[in-house]
Design a protein around this ligand. Structure first.
Ligand code: PMP
Length: 353
């Protein structure tokens, strides 16, 4: 190692799913197969007349988007923080809220970025093993810690835990910050937003990348007590004042406005998911009950790694991790009904069924 390398912050980075530049059936990164709300297209056309505004920095407070989200969730504007995808929001949360000498707790099978942020910021952490059915064991989170984070539904398992479960973890962790990562909540059940009034230490993150079909725009947000949002903003303004570009602010507002379209898209994806679950079961796959826009499937007679490669060869991309506890599983994003039919046609042929 060169002498000057000794003081370099070295990290093992997060590895995102592939973004192939050729046309494939893309079921590997939990994107939405449907376009964003029609209002976004109108706003795109309108943007052409606003070229001149690109000379200027965007609004550092992102007020238009913050207001739209505050209206939507019926919370104060001082309870909303926006960022460049929920990855940006979560990274800012780790930096701001996890500064204890005690370890933060999160599940062993979960969004793999948590470990990366903890390493990046030198935050001690303990991974709490999920049970043999991939369920988070809430009792594991009762011990002393420097903070707690878990996704609900969890990823890549797609398992949703009800509000009683979330509240139990909150009740046992009132002296630290608890982050509930709700990237997939719109496909699942009740959000922890209902608990915000009761727990000032709760922070909920959500995203425009999944149910709102805008992964390409990179918009995420956190909802919490005004106190926590103030601390988040202080950290943000100490890092980069202009996180949200002008176009994402405009398109983001349009996407929030159209509740009807949003619900239609979510309903379609949930219906396709539930149909796909039936198909997987018919083919002998086993999987936890899916609550996100993806399924976490395994087959007793087929090697998941080999199946993943065979699917890729056929132009169908899913996600696979050659990792302890989950190497028998593939994560399959819910695409359109037609895409899923092609997936099952391939699987039937592969399995001679
Ligand atoms: N949380 C979870 C659990 C996720 O799966 C993802 C998507 N990879 C994210 C957060 C981040 O999504 P985004 O940055 O697109 O909002």
């Amino acid at each position: 190692m060169k002498e000057f390398e000794k003081n370099i912050r070295r990290v093992e980075p997060y590895v995102p799913g592939e973004q192939p530049q050729t046309k494939v059936i893309k079921l590997n990164t939990n994107e939405n197969p449907y376009p964003p709300a029609p209002g976004v297209l109108c706003a795109m056309k309108e943007m052409e007349t606003q070229m001149d505004s690109l000379r200027l920095y965007p609004d550092p407070t992102s007020d238009s988007l913050v207001s739209a989200l505050a209206d939507y969730y019926q919370v104060g504007k001082d309870q909303v923080f926006v960022g460049v995808g929920s990855d940006d929001v979560l990274a800012m949360c780790f930096l701001t809220f996890f500064n204890s000498e005690k370890p933060i707790f999160f599940p062993d099978i979960t969004y793999s970025f948590y470990k990366v942020w903890a390493d990046l910021y030198r935050i001690p952490y303990e991974c709490k093993p999920v049970d043999e059915n991939f369920r988070i064991r809430k009792e594991d989170y009762y011990g002393e810690n420097g903070g707690v984070i878990f996704p609900n539904p969890n990823a890549p398992t797609s398992i949703y835990e009800n509000l009683e479960f979330v509240e139990d973890i909150l009740q046992h962790n009132q002296d630290v910050i608890v982050i509930v990562d709700e990237a997939y909540i719109d496909f699942a059940g009740e959000s922890a937003m209902a608990l915000l009034d009761k727990y000032e230490n709760l922070i909920i993150t959500q995203t425009f990348s999944k149910a709102r079909s805008m992964a390409g725009m990179r918009i995420g947000y956190a909802i919490a007590s005004p106190l926590l949002i103030k601390y988040l903003n202080d950290a943000k303004y100490s890092f980069n004042s202009y996180t949200m570009n002008k176009t994402s602010l405009v398109y983001g507002v349009e996407a929030v406005k159209d509740k009807v379209y949003f619900e239609e898209v979510v309903d379609k994806i949930v219906a396709t998911r539930d149909w796909a679950a039936g198909q997987f079961a018919e083919l002998g796959f086993v999987f936890p009950k899916p609550s996100g826009n993806f399924l976490f499937v395994s087959h007793p007679d087929y090697d998941a790694g080999e199946l993943f490669c065979a699917l890729k060869e056929a132009g169908i991309y899913v996600r696979y991790w050659n990792q302890e506890r989950i190497r028998d599983y593939m994560r399959v994003t819910v695409g359109t009904r037609k895409e899923m039919e092609e997936l099952f046609a391939f699987l039937r042929k592969y399995m001679n069924k």
